[in-house]
Design a protein. Sequence first.
Length: 161
Amino acid sequence: MNLKKKTTVEKISESEKSTLYSISFEKDGTTEFEKFVAEFEQNASFNKDYQRIIAALQAILNIGALERFFRPEGKMKDSVAAIPIEGGKLRLYCLRLSEQIVILGNGGVKTTRTYEEDSKLYGYVLDLQRFERMLNDNIAKGYVSIEERELNGVDDVVFEI
């Protein structure tokens, strides 16, 4: 039995240089990035790591989603990356679609050598990989388009991942 999760995309923040989106699962009405913030914003143990991630997101808004802000994490054929690029145990997983568009997922504390060894982190990465496949299908079919820093048509699509 394959239970697909109904997923939507919401705009989190935008600037002259880039737009940050996040995925949201229908059942809970909050974005994956909001869940990450709720879990770690007040967590004293990871405050420095959290602040580093928020500073990286601010830099992405200020100067664009340059490759140097991201640590490639997924497979060769996907856009999954982690912020921050170095230091700390806290990771935020995302899809870097271009220098102007980033889709934020969720993240957590990396205590294992690879994210695959941690079922929670692995789940976040799998969600992003599945979402990206569905997004690419919708782009190929013409339902969604990427124009500069906008994902056009995503408001009308529920992605089943």
